[in-house]
Design a protein around this ligand. Structure first.
Ligand SMILES: Nc1ncnc2c1ncn2[C@@H]1O[C@H](COP(=O)(O)OP(=O)(O)O)[C@@H](O)[C@H]1O
Ligand SMILES: [Mg+2]
Length: 465
């Protein structure tokens, strides 16, 4: 077990030919720790797919990398696994810089989406494969020293006996001491994953879920310092995915092995990770615990990517009545009057120093706590972010009216999508109680839980906090 650190990591791919790409990368990797001078396209037609990646995964932590297809998740994992060369920066496993260390010597195990089992080997041998090739079959250091002192004659004898008896039925075969240790480890892993009954089947005789467990077993058996998993559940059906998700989390907690798990699925990220790193376009957007990411997203991208259905965004303008009153006292005009004509007023009796968000379809008076957050803002254009869960139907008043064009009754809740009346191109999704009665084409009046709204800077898209 070990912590993993990505320090200012960059990765570029050349888009010429594969062999050229390798040599370009090797050249790049000499300047380890340096930052490439330009990000996007380089003169030699290479494209930077990872930039400025700084991430520390703690010892024993379950870290999820999540982001849309093509954002560089697999590339980052492959860099850690040693399957790609760095273009810049450093990677540490434990206290060791592994930039130049070959994959085999990094003491990590990878699980991929496509299982990658050896088709001609049964489950037992698939799990044992990596153990037979390494000398780390959960032996203690003193055992290793003893082993190395053994004279080579006995090793030769053992392997000869093993070879001669290999074609005999299983119980007559000779097992070397290494093979006995392997058998113990394979059985231990098989019991962890509840695949004892499958040990002598070939991969073609297994279901997708069983194959996935064998692939996991092969990784676990090696007892690595770090697990790397790249979308390992993508080929499973929805029910099995949910089950296996829980099993992987449980196993990881049991084994305590530092794990980096790649997915494009925000539900997997939310449910599996101790922490999540959200990626977009080769850059990390935010690293935090699942609930922190959900409740305090760093920017619009994170807010939209995490959470289902996604957050709604509406362009709004802020009117600060306190400063408006000051200005109108000086100029002798009322700047609010323009908006009053267009937008219905739902702020019923807002006090004179209120902060109001204005949209052609609604106006909302912000809770007083926003004044401190908004006081240093230079412009007054923002994006209002509201999660579908924070709309509700109230008999007394409402903030916003929708023309309903989609009703999805899931049983546990009902998703309603509709358009605004003035800003008719904008769709809003609300998640409402399952007994909500509304039909297509009707309008519905919704209130907003004002304690749960977010504001994002209209230009930078960073969340105000
Ligand atoms: N060997 C390669 N050569 C050139 N471009 C690559 C190579 N591998 C990945 N890329 C590009 O790098 C970007 C990130 O890919 P990848 O890490 O696979 O994304 P993800 O796993 O997030 O879907 C993509 O634009 C992809 O086309
Ligand atoms: Mg990928």
């Amino acid at each position: 077990m070990a912590r993993v650190i990505f320090e200012n990591v960059y990765k570029s791919f050349s888009h010429r030919s594969h062999s050229e790409s390798r040599s370009t990368l090797d050249k790049h990797s000499q300047g380890v720790g340096d930052k490439p001078s330009s990000f996007q396209k380089h003169q030699n037609n290479s494209v930077t797919v990872l930039r400025n990646i700084n991430l520390e995964v703690k010892d024993g932590e379950f870290m999820v990398l999540v982001g849309p297809y093509g954002c560089g998740k697999s590339t980052l994992l492959r860099l850690l696994g040693g399957l790609e060369n760095l273009s810049g920066g450093n990677i540490y496993i434990g206290d060791r810089i592994v930039n130049q260390i070959p994959p085999k010597a990094r003491d990590i195990a990878m699980v991929f989406q496509n299982y990658a089992l050896y088709p001609h080997l049964n489950v037992y041998d698939n799990i044992a494969f990596g153990l037979r090739r390494s000398d780390s079959v959960s032996r203690t250091d003193s055992q290793k020293v003893q082993d190395s002192k053994k004279n080579s004659t006995s090793n030769l004898l053992e392997s000869a006996l093993g070879g001669i008896t290999r074609s005999l039925p299983r119980k007559f075969r000779y097992l070397s001491s290494k093979e006995k240790a392997i058998r113990k480890q394979v059985r231990y892993v098989a019991s962890l994953l509840q695949i004892e009954s499958l040990l002598y089947r070939l991969p073609k005789e297994l279901s997708g879920g069983q194959k996935q467990r064998v692939a996991l077993g092969r990784a676990i058996a090696r007892n690595p310092q770090v697990f790397l998993m790249d979308e390992p559940l993508s080929n499973l059906d929805a029910k099995l995915r949910t089950e296996t998700r829980a099993q992987i989390v449980q196993l990881q907690k049991q084994l305590g092995i530092t794990t980096i798990y790649v997915t494009h699925d925000q539900t997997e990220a939310m449910t599996m990770g101790d922490r999540i790193a959200v990626m977009k376009g080769g850059e990390i957007q935010q690293i935090a615990s699942p609930l922190e990411i959900y409740n305090q997203p760093a920017n619009r991208f994170v807010a939209e990517f995490i959470g289902s259905p996604p957050m709604n965004f509406l362009p709004v303008e802020l009117i600060d009545q306190r400063s408006e009153q000051r200005e109108s006292a000086v100029l002798g005009v009322s700047p609010m009057s323009n908006f009053r004509k267009k937008a219905p007023s739902f702020d019923g009796g807002a006090c004179s120093d209120s902060l109001t968000l204005i949209h052609p379809d609604f106006r909302i008076t912000l809770p007083a706590s926003w004044r401190e957050i908004l006081q240093n803002q230079r412009h007054n254009k923002f994006l209002l972010g509201i999660r579908p869960q924070y709309f509700f139907v109230s008999a007394e008043s409402s903030d916003i009216s929708l023309k309903v064009n989609l009703v999805e009754a899931l049983g546990s809740e009902t998703y309603i999508r509709g358009t605004l009346f003035n800003d008719a191109n904008r769709s809003i999704t609300a998640s409402l109680p399952p007994d909500t009665r509304v039909a297509l084409g009707e309008s519905i009046n919704l209130s907003i839980n004002l304690g749960k709204i977010h504001l994002f800077d209209a230009d930078s898209q960073i969340r105000l906090s």
